[in-house]
Design a binder for this molecule. Structure first.
Ligand code: HEM
Ligand SMILES: CC(C)Cc1ccc(C(=O)O)cc1
Length: 397
């Protein structure tokens, strides 16, 4: 029967350094049982991929966190896309996929590029004037908070609410632990601010948010659904890229020879960002729920069971990747699970890749080395691999 793995995947120790426990779970089998939370778990690439690609057996409608919406009320009104199954998922997905499309990337690339290059220029000027630059507070938290809300059409004021909200939402996919309670202390004012900025009158005409209301005008979705889909942009569109970019900068600071290759060939910016997503996996875990009694790689699971998928563990599975614990920007990590897979695979990934590419390119053009001048501080989160601070010296090119 199912191998048991006695770990707590939401403890500080695990979240600070999960890699040995990932290996333990992979070695134990394709599907294991975590008694601490009463969940099945998949840490191998083959089983994580299998779960994401069978959306009828492993559903999202009962929540993609630890909480089973068949048994307890959601932390907030359900997402119409993330926490939905076909057929309702299909229409919402089509609307967001059209807004966050490769064509959109062409339209925003110049603006996103200017923002990245001018931000790095300003950081070098501040450093030359004697300031210590923090690659999290001054760069990876700043850039996504400028370009994406601008594109959605959110006003400039109080945007730090987007970071507070993201932190809370990603904690809410985990257990109701002290970490979630702390981040939920602000839930009232932050949620009020978020919902206000999902209303059409607070969204710039023609921005990504307004385009959702235009889809409602065209009858693709209802006007009641529109604000909740804008909420999806505000929930998923910032804290993810903040940490995707932060993790990529840390990887390059920790592997200067890789950064040298990037500086010698800027076309490596996109593969470098992709390899950082594989190596550090911004989104570490999330869940599905079995829609019927089923068996996965020989392990029987009853209907209504929670299945925890460890994307970060799948992304370092030696059965899938040669030398998986080596950060290598020349690797082509196609097939990684950092954006998920299947019908719920990240609908914003083209925007995420654009932001990552442009920040790394702006750095590679102007900075010959990123030196850590103090230990980076992690920001522990139930779901995200996140950084709190990273003091650096940016050696000008
Ligand atoms: C490095 C950045 C990002 C990472 C690592 C990431 C990761 C993911 C993952 C793993 C999923 C799958 C969730 C599931 O299968 O249940 C997902 C879905 C999603 N992502 Fe991203 N994401 C990123 C950036 C973005 C951005 C910039 C947006 C823009 C709005 C976005 C919007 C969404 C939405 C709406 C979904 C739900 C899609 C669906 O359920 O069909 N994400 N993302
Ligand atoms: C990695 C995913 C779980 C990120 C995410 C969060 C929230 C939403 C939403 O629709 O609110 C969608 C995607």
């Amino acid at each position: 029967d199912v191998p048991v793995v006695d770990i707590d995947p939401f403890s500080d120790a695990f979240l600070s350094d999960p890699y040995d426990a990932h290996r333990q779970m992979r070695e134990a089998g394709p599907v294991v049982w975590i008694p601490a939370y009463g969940v099945y778990a998949c840490a191998r690439h083959e089983s994580v991929h299998a779960v994401f690609n069978d959306h009828a057996t492993y559903i999202s409608g009962a929540g993609v966190g630890l909480a089973n919406f068949n048994k307890e009320a959601p932390f907030r009104p359900k997402s119409l896309i993330l926490e939905a199954d076909p057929p309702s998922h299909t229409k919402a997905r089509a609307v967001l996929a059209r807004i966050l499309s490769p064509k959109t990337v062409v339209q925003v690339r110049a603006t996103f590029t200017d923002e990245a290059e001018s931000l790095v220029d300003r950081l070098l000027a501040r450093q030359a004037a004697g300031e210590v630059i923090d690659a999290v507070k001054d760069l990876s938290e700043v850039y996504p908070l400028k370009v994406f809300p601008d594109a959605v059409g959110v006003g400039e004021a109080d945007r730090e609410n987007l970071l507070l909200y993201g932190n809370m939402i990603f904690n809410a996919f985990g257990p109701r632990n002290e970490r979630l309670q702390k981040s939920a202390e602000l839930v009232q004012p932050v949620t009020a601010w978020i919902m206000a900025h999902c209303q059409r009158e607070n969204l710039r005409p023609g921005g990504f948010g307004d385009l959702i209301y235009q889809a409602a005008d065209a009858g693709e979705i209802t006007h009641e659904e529109a604000p909740l889909l804008v909420r999806s942009f505000l929930s998923a569109g910032v804290d993810t890229t903040v940490n995707g970019i932060g993790n990529a900068i840390l990887c390059l600071a920790n592997h200067p020879e890789q950064y040298d290759s990037l500086c010698a060939d800027h076309t490596l910016a996109r593969p470098a960002f992709e390899e950082a997503l594989r190596f550090e996996s911004t989104v570490q875990t999330f869940f599905r729920t079995t829609s019927k009694d089923t068996a996965l790689f020989g392990v029987q699971m009853p209907k209504d069971s929670k299945v925890m998928t460890f994307l970060a563990a799948a992304n370092r599975d030696e059965r899938q990747w040669p030398d998986p614990d080596r950060f290598d920007i020349q690797r082509r990590p196609a097939g990684h699970m950092a954006f998920g897979s299947g019908i719920h695979g990240c609908v914003g990934q083209v925007i995420a890749r654009l932001e990552g590419e442009l920040v790394l390119t702006a750095l590679a053009k102007r900075v010959s080395r990123i030196e850590l001048i103090g230990a980076p501080q992690r920001r522990l989160n139930n779901t995200l691999r996140a950084l709190g601070s990273m003091p650096v010296r940016l050696i000008p090119a």
